[in-house]
Design a protein around this ligand. Structure first.
Ligand code: AMP
Length: 614
């Protein structure tokens, strides 16, 4: 394979872009690499300009006026006057915009739409106001990815990318603005839909298939097109690892129909969207040989290395496997026979942050370089306990972070967020030119995550409280609980371990049975799902990317054993707290060995695209 993994010369390659580990640098890439070089050479100066530009254009906003900025655009006044905030502080302003107030509340540029973050507030997705020119900024960051990749992987213009990309449902706020995820907004934009032909952005998926809102039809069409062009595929990906694993699962479940369609050259009637049918018809020809090949590979029951068996020219997987997605690395390796995994960028609904300048490095080594032109970035030091104080005087500028330290990211954006805590904790690993590079450490307060869902401790507690109320009539209660994101099978699902207490003389191991019936515990599973946030329920209902929640009842005394185990490993008895989520394999094994009964949510929870609180 011609993938270059020696990336020690990245800095030099970007600085003098005549050649690279992968050979001569393409003319078109030189300009982009030079741009990265310029931006990272003097990040402090770029940041100063960005802040002045943001504060200048937003000087007349209600928000900055209230802060008492009085038109100032310099760092000193900004630091002295503008507080560090979280979503809940901004919610009243955001709600007014959502309700139709068009005055310059947070930004002087008109709010073009809301981006719905996968982070939630009161169970609903956070609404991030955005403006038109942010789309250009996002496009700019995207345009830097291939020039960097071309430094390491030659010949990507000689084939195609198989990317499983999806749009999600959108809603209207009461004031008539569209609210949708940032990627849905991007795929539906002219930047994406009307992109000119470019051999480096040649995808097997027709745009109509990506834009189809029906998850099954979209996936089916993308898969059939990917199979038909299997020898052209040089890279394969999705945004996050969980998305690519869903695609593999889809192949496992649907290969017979897919092969039948390929044999006949006719798309299944289950795909009804006319524009998708038309786009696929342009690619699908009767190909009995390919159909036979797919049947041969998929009927073996052996899925190890399926990606390279079906798409033999794939050089790397393009998926994010940092942060919560790291749990999928072994499964991705299993299906791909150990292909390199490229984590190319770090972004959010609030702002796109930066890119990985060594995209072919090992996932454990990934660091992202924040591009100083994307917004204004500050960093709150995180102490040994993992907490970051909200004290604005502690904030450190992008160019002044220290290697080895962890910080929480705080951003000021063109769209009108000022000193906003994103909730991501990053560790500085080094510098590219003068720009710091960051390892993604974790998202604050996230206990459980299967794909884009982020469930925190308070949400889990609320869900357990709500579900355990169903046990009361049976004289039972939950004495202890913990949880685990189970991703052995796709889709992954939440597992909640419950230790129950039953009133009366019921023998301990029968506690599960004593609550009446398995039926009640299955209802408890569903009740917990109903109590979880909208992103979780959307993944369950609309996307099918999370499986039914499971309660595993453990025998009485199990949580005491858990404590004994923790203490034997050095935990303090006085300070011991039951972990509300467990990942350490010996602990998961201990819990599993004490399970007396398991129960699954019997049906889907309630979910509609409409927001509850609007
Ligand atoms: P959203 O607001 O739904 O767009 O989600 C953005 C969040 O996803 C970020 O704040 C991170 O917590 C996470 N995220 C985005 N990109 C990456 C990445 N490359 N590695 C790890 N986590 C990421």
């Amino acid at each position: 394979m011609a993938v270059m993994t020696d990336v020690s010369t990245t800095g030099a390659a970007l600085r003098s872009p005549a050649s690279s580990p992968a050979g001569a640098v393409k003319e078109a890439d030189v300009e982009k690499l030079r741009f990265i070089d310029e931006m990272t050479s003097n990040p402090d100066a770029v940041q100063e300009c960005v802040l002045a530009e943001i504060l200048g254009r937003n000087a007349d906003t209600e928000y900055l006026r209230k802060c008492g900025l009085d038109g100032a655009t310099d760092r000193a006044v900004f630091r002295a006057k503008v507080p560090v905030v979280s979503y809940d502080d901004l919610q009243p302003y955001i709600q007014r915009i959502a309700n139709g107030d068009r005055s310059p509340i947070m930004s002087t540029h008109p709010v073009s739409e809301f981006l719905t973050s996968s982070g939630t507030s009161a169970g609903e997705r956070k609404l991030m106001p955005t403006i038109k020119d942010e789309l250009d900024r996002r496009q700019l960051l995207y345009s830097l990815l291939m020039p960097v990749m071309n430094l390491y992987v030659p010949g990507l213009d000689k084939g195609k990318g198989l990317y499983f990309l999806f749009v999600k449902s959108e809603t209207q706020t009461p004031g008539g603005l569209t609210a949708r995820p940032v990627l849905t907004s991007y795929y539906k934009s002219d930047h994406f839909k009307n992109r000119p032909y470019d051999p480096y952005h040649n995808y097997t998926s027709p745009t109509a298939a990506i834009l189809c809102a029906d998850a099954f039809q979209s996936m089916y069409a993308q898969m059939v097109c990917g199979l038909c062009q299997r020898n052209d595929v040089l890279r394969l990906g999705a945004v996050f690892a969980s998305g690519l694993l869903r695609a593999i699962r889809f192949l496992q479940l649907n290969w017979e129909q897919l092969a039948a369609d390929i044999e006949a050259g006719e798309l299944t009637a289950r795909v009804t969207d006319p524009s998708v049918r038309e786009a696929v018809a342009g690619m699908l020809r009767p190909d009995p040989e390919l159909a036979e090949f797919i049947r041969g590979e998929c009927s073996k029951g052996d899925w190890a290395g399926i990606i390279t068996r079906v798409w033999p020219n794939t050089k790397y997987l393009d998926v994010i496997v940092t942060g919560a997605m790291a749990q999928y690395i072994p499964t991705m390796q299993y299906y791909s026979g150990g292909l390199p995994m490229a984590c190319t960028m770090y972004a959010s609904s609030e702002c796109y942050f930066g890119l990985n300048l060594r995209p072919m490095c090992d996932p454990s080594e990934v660091s992202y370089t924040i591009m100083p032109n994307m917004g204004y970035f500050e960093f709150l030091p995180v102490d040994e306990t993992g907490a970051a104080s909200g004290d604005a005087s502690q904030l450190v500028d992008l160019a002044r972070v220290e290697v080895g330290r962890e910080y929480e990211l705080v951003i000021t954006t063109y769209a009108g967020l000022n000193r906003y805590r994103v909730g991501d904790v990053l560790r500085v690993t080094g510098f590219h030119n003068a720009a710091p590079q960051f390892r993604f450490v974790r998202r604050k307060n996230v206990l459980l995550s299967i794909e884009s869902d982020k469930t925190d401790e308070a949400e889990l507690q609320r869900a357990v409280d709500r579900a355990s109320a169903l046990l009361r009539p049976h004289g039972a209660s939950v004495v202890e609980y913990t949880s685990h994101a189970c991703t052995n099978r796709i889709p992954g699902h939440y597992v909640i371990y419950w230790e129950l207490l039953t009133k009366g003389p019921a023998p301990a191991p029968a506690a599960g049975a004593a609550v009446g019936a398995a039926d009640t515990l299955a209802r408890c599973c569903l009740e917990m799902e109903e109590a979880l946030n909208t992103v979780y329920r959307q993944s369950r209902v609309a996307d099918g990317s999370i499986g039914p929640l499971e309660i595993r009842v453990v025998r009485p005394g199990t949580f005491e054993e858990l404590m004994d185990y923790a203490i034997s490993r050095g935990a303090s008895i006085n300070q011991y707290k039951v972990p509300r989520c467990v990942t350490f394999p010996p602990i998961v094994e201990l819990l599993d060995s004490r399970v007396v009964s398991t129960h699954f949510s019997p049906t889907l929870p309630h979910w509609t695209p409409a927001r509850r609180s609007d």
